[in-house]
Design a protein around this ligand. Structure first.
Ligand code: NAD
Length: 382
């Protein structure tokens, strides 16, 4: 098991390994001892896919109970809709019913939806109790479980209500990915590639070597992505660990997203606008981000930031990541939708762009015509 330290207002550790879900009980007891605490109750929240269709909830509860911990659970509906006030209120109701106090522990076992909801519940329940994240999607392992952002969606927008709250620790069992659906693998890979492009050239090149060995190699959809990563466990491990280390170093410099952390939104401003226009569900988040990264790469070159040779290399790689056709969608509408981005600063959209592979940069000055033509270029190539 590898352990990565995260520097934050409340520092914490990320443990990565295979078959380590059962180590959760031991780690919890270590923390309890270090804090000189007595008995603690543990409440596990998960979703139906993870908790019912997969063995993880069962394994976790068995090992926690074996260590003498008192455990209760909530199994919520799977999907983005669960990141809502309604689920939060339900969850808090169940935690209250179980008599959870501020010294007890909430565990989020699942993807980014469960992690974000559990983190937010932990930050508001009785003004804060400790939580632990056990991420089970590739996206959650490399992205959403790192950095302390929590949140829920409202009718008005995604992640509109949330907080910054560090977990007690994050435990990443790579073996839990074995049951993940194909398309979810590509979504996780998209976030890894993003980390490489804005901050770690070597990470990008590892992904590139793995998926783009020859120029005429066939496109990589979710299934190919999964098969290749499952076959090369060493590469999978180094991609996960590399992305976490990259995000960790950014978060250590800018925990509350005032500056450099905004680089992690590479591809997301375009991607969120696309998701929003298509309606959530047509393209998965990571798939929309792949399109968004293609658009941002074109814009970086159009503004003279990214050398042509690098643009070609990155564009060829991203175009190989095969996503479902989004259907007809107009470049101008994507542009208009981006103007509603909640991460606008001083009334302007801040575009995360590339100066070179492994170096992101932020600009707020691209003119509308250039942005629209870059969006069009990518849509025309689909
Ligand atoms: N907090 C952050 O910094 C941050 C960063 C990125 C994304 N996010 C959030 O993360 C969410 C997306 O996360 P996600 O992609 O993990 O979505 P998700 O949690 O909805 O998981 C995707 C699907 O995979 C299923 N699943 C999870 N683990 C599984 C497993 N091991 N085997 C089989 N099925 C499994 C889930 O039930 C779900 O159906 C979004 O809400 C996004 O806003 C947060």
């Amino acid at each position: 098991m590898e352990t990565i330290q995260v520097k934050a207002e409340r520092p914490y550790e990320i443990h990565i390994g295979r078959g380590i879900l059962s180590s959760c009980a031991r780690l919890l007891l270590q923390h309890a001892r270090a804090e000189g605490g007595g008995e603690r109750k543990v409440f596990v929240v998960t979703d139906r896919n993870v908790g019912v269709r997969c063995p993880y909830l069962h394994t976790l509860i068995e090992t926690l109970e074996k260590e003498g911990l008192s455990v209760s659970q909530a199994v919520l509906r799977a999907g983005e809709r669960t990141k809502s006030f309604k689920s939060l209120s339900r969850l808090i109701g169940m935690m209250t019913k179980e008599g959870l106090g501020r010294d007890d522990i909430l565990i989020g076992l699942g993807g980014g939806v469960i992690g974000d909801l559990a983190g937010f519940a932990a930050s508001v329940y009785m003004r804060g109790l400790s939580h632990v994240l056990l991420p089970t999607t590739l996206l959650a392992q490399v992205d959403s479980s790192i950095g302390g952002k929590t949140g829920i969606n409202t009718r008005e927008g995604k992640n509109l209500v949330g907080s910054f709250r560090s977990p007690l620790f994050v435990l990443i069992d790579i073996d839990t990915l074995s049951t993940l659906e194909d398309r979810q693998w590509l979504c996780g890979l998209a976030e890894i590639v993003k980390c490489g492009l804005v901050g770690d050239r070597e990470l990008f090149e590892t992904a590139q070597t793995l998926f783009f060995d020859t120029r005429d190699a066939p496109p990589v959809g979710g299934r190919e992505c999964r098969l290749r990563l499952e076959k090369d466990q060493g590469a999978l491990y180094s991609l996960i660990s590399g992305a976490i280390r990259m995000k960790r170093s950014i978060v250590a410099r800018d925990e509350k997203e005032q500056g450099v952390r905004r680089l992690l939104n590479f591809g997301h401003t375009f991607g969120h606008a696309i998701e929003n226009l298509l309606g959530y569900g047509r393209l998965l988040h990571g798939e929309a981000v792949i399109l968004g990264m293609r658009m941002a790469t074109e814009l970086s070159a159009a503004l003279g930031l990214l050398p042509e040779k690098e643009r070609v290399r990155i564009a060829l790689f991203l175009a190989r990541l095969s996503i479902p056709r989004p259907g007809r969608i107009k470049a101008t509408r994507i542009f208009e939708q981006m103007q509603k981005d909640k991460k606008k600063k001083d009334g302007r959209v801040h575009y995360v762009l590339l100066a070179k592979t492994g170096e992101g940069t932020i600009r707020s000055d691209p003119d509308a015509r250039t942005v629209v033509s870059c969006i069009e270029k990518v849509l025309d190539a689909l």
